[in-house]
Design a protein around this ligand. Structure first.
Ligand SMILES: Nc1ncnc2c1ncn2[C@@H]1O[C@H](COP(=O)(O)OP(=O)(O)OP(=O)(O)O)[C@@H](O)[C@H]1O
Ligand SMILES: [Mg+2]
Length: 604
């Protein structure tokens, strides 16, 4: 991957918006405007003010990377002639409005690709017709109207997006629910500048039987994980500004009564101007317990419900496929676990394994048998957050609904520690940048050996090596006696001096870090309080500190919904983004239904 450093010399594999020089106020205002129109954001408020002396950072040149990727792919994969090529498959998945450019990344549950918005045939026809009318009008007029004749057929500004193609959505109820959570949460949080904007969902060609959907997001050039691995260094101002925006986004999420539960550097995207967005809300959920709704209260619009039911009757074999896929997903999850624990030296495998293990466990818990589900009912799924970013109370299975927001704060603390290492005084050699708590196993979760907790590399042990073992009063707070015994048996260790560990950071920064990484979740700083820290004095923009208008509740949480109902709820989300498609599909359905009725009458 290419280098990300603020240097004058332009690297051919990298790009940035200016030469790393501070931007003038005017220029910044202009930049901001163009940035907003570039993403076509629908936000109704200002993003936080970019500090005037903030230098642009460098992000990889995706086109160069794509080129390399293509070359590599060509050398390895030879698609069978009878099958669609990868590009053809992707073009099919993203629909006629978008053109595939290159891959961006592949996660545990989806592939992300960069696309460009293009005109569909229908749009081109409409434009040609409009052009024709304009030309006729201009022919009839003189002088000024000549300009109309010379206008190009389309004046669309080039728009690029990132599309996440999620496959096998209905392979289990848990997966379908996760997908629903992601789109619903993003729709509710769309108003915030630090949260990725979901701009479209590509409508499926078969609404009753689809198993794959493409989510279209505003695009950013890279994510924080890639930035941390790059040769680039950050100034204190960069770090303050990035962390400040992350907290602004999280303040909005938490004020809506939602926890993200999967914050990690690869789930934060960033551009050259250091603007960030939180992404990947697949594990997010509402904190408020759903006591108002039972399964029968979930009212699906009659036509959507019928639409789903009708086509399924016509294609009965789909259910069988669904069962097959369920097995496949479970097998995949188990192998994810093995990857995580069997290759202790391969950090990337361990890391991705950790992600899939965690999601797998989440899924297994959610999709457990009815009896087991009853015990899980009304509890938050416990196994969340990728291992390295997982808070002590999650590791110890001691989460409490009132303190669930602390899970995200812990993760942000871990990310903050990585951000601090971007400063050359905190970590002079970029190759030495490390995850704050790189545990290799996580007692009592992803381990088969009951003595794993005694290992030096167990997650909680690694955490205690930095923050010190908990005090007696902290241990006494846990109701579970086994947890108390377990913690008391840990070899005592003292906290490290964060001032010495991060000499390039002021005391406000290290204090904030320590407050985010408090073992006791009741003592951990809240996002609201963190935003008040003097650490942000250089970047604070109070007009950008906004809360969501209310605590949201999710009617589909804490209850068991069958796949058809989940499909209907997901279809309603697709329709929200595609009102024209909604009208079309409903009209088609009406016609079909009429036809079926006539057929029935004919048989009688
Ligand atoms: N809008 C976007 N702009 C740029 N890059 C993106 C965008 N969305 C996702 N990515 C890239 O794709 C990766 C995977 O995306 P995302 O986290 O949403 O998918 P995922 O399948 O849920 O991943 P995982 O489950 O492994 O966390 C991200 O880490 C990021 O690098
Ligand atoms: Mg992700």
């Amino acid at each position: 991957m290419s280098v990300l450093k603020q240097k004058k010399k332009k690297n051919e594999n990298s790009r940035r918006l200016n030469d790393g020089k501070p931007r003038s106020k005017d220029k910044r205002q202009k930049d901001k405007k163009s940035k907003i129109s570039f993403f076509q954001r629908r936000k109704n408020h200002k993003p936080s003010e970019t500090p005037s002396d903030l230098q642009d950072i460098m992000t990889p040149n995706p086109d160069q990377e794509a080129d390399d990727q293509h070359k590599a792919a060509k050398a390895v994969v030879k698609p069978k002639e009878s099958q669609l090529s990868k590009r053809e498959q992707i073009e099919l998945d993203i629909g006629p409005k978008y053109r595939y450019i290159h891959d961006v990344g592949a996660g545990a549950f989806g592939t992300v690709v960069k696309v460009e918005r293009i005109d569909t045939e229908q749009e081109l026809k409409e434009q040609a017709a409009a052009q024709h009318t304009k030309k006729d009008a201009a022919d009839g007029a003189d002088g000024d109207d000549k300009a109309a004749k010379t206008q190009p057929a389309t004046d669309r500004k080039r728009e690029f997006y990132a599309v996440k193609i999620v496959d096998r959505i209905f392979s289990s109820k848990a997966k379908a629910k996760r997908f629903l959570r992601e789109v619903r949460t993003l729709r509710l949080l769309a108003q915030h500048e630090s949260i990725v904007e979901l701009v479209d969902i590509v409508p499926p060609s078969k609404p009753a039987t689809f198993d794959k959907l493409s989510l279209v997001f505003e695009a950013m050039p890279t994510d924080l994980k890639r930035i941390f691995r790059s040769k680039q260094y950050f100034s204190s101002l960069h770090i303050e500004y990035v962390l400040y925006q992350i907290l602004l986004g999280l303040q909005f999420v938490h004020s809506a009564g939602i926890v993200h539960r999967d914050l990690k550097p690869e789930n934060i995207i960033i551009d050259e101007e250091c603007t960030i967005r939180l992404i990947d809300f697949g594990l997010a959920r509402g904190v408020k317990e759903n006591v108002e709704h039972k399964e029968e209260d979930i009212i699906i619009a009659a036509d959507v419900k019928d639409l789903v039911g009708l086509e399924v009757e016509e294609q009965a074999d789909v259910d069988v496929d669904g069962l097959e896929q369920l097995k496949l997903v479970d097998a995949e999850n188990e192998s994810g676990d093995k990857v995580a624990e069997s290759k202790p030296n391969d950090t990337s495998a361990a890391e991705s394994g950790a992600a899939s293990t965690q999601k797998a466990d989440d899924e297994k818990k959610d999709s457990s048998e009815p009896a087991a589900r009853a015990t899980m009912k009304n509890k938050l799924t416990k196994h969340v957050v990728t291992r390295w970013y997982r808070s002590p109370e999650v590791i110890l299975l001691q989460q409490e609904r009132d303190y669930v927001y602390g899970v995200d704060v812990w993760s942000i603390g871990c990310i903050f520690a990585e951000l601090l290492q971007m400063h050359s005084k905190n970590c002079p050699d970029y190759k030495q940048r490390k995850v704050m708590f790189p545990g290799r196993t996580c007692f009592p979760f992803s381990t088969k050996d009951p003595f794993d907790y005694q290992q030096r590399t167990d997650q909680l042990r690694v955490v205690f090596n930095v923050i010190g073992t908990p005090s007696e009063s902290e241990i006494a707070r846990f109701k579970d006696k086994n947890v108390q015994i377990y913690l008391k048996n840990m070899t005592p260790s003292k906290p490290v001096d964060l001032r010495a560990r991060f000499p390039g950071t002021n005391v406000h920064g290290t204090r904030l870090l320590a407050d985010m990484l408090r073992f006791d979740v009741t003592q951990r700083i809240s996002v609201e309080k963190a935003l008040e820290s003097p650490y942000f004095d250089n970047v604070r923009d109070e007009t950008a500190q906004i809360r969501h208008r209310k605590v949201e509740s999710f009617e589909f949480e804490d209850i068991d919904l069958d796949l058809q109902k989940l499909r209907a709820l997901i279809l309603e989300e697709v329709m929200y983004f595609n009102p024209d498609w909604k009208r079309l599909i409903k009209a088609q359905y009406k016609k079909k239904r009429k036809y079926l009725k006539e057929l029935q009458r004919g048989h009688k």
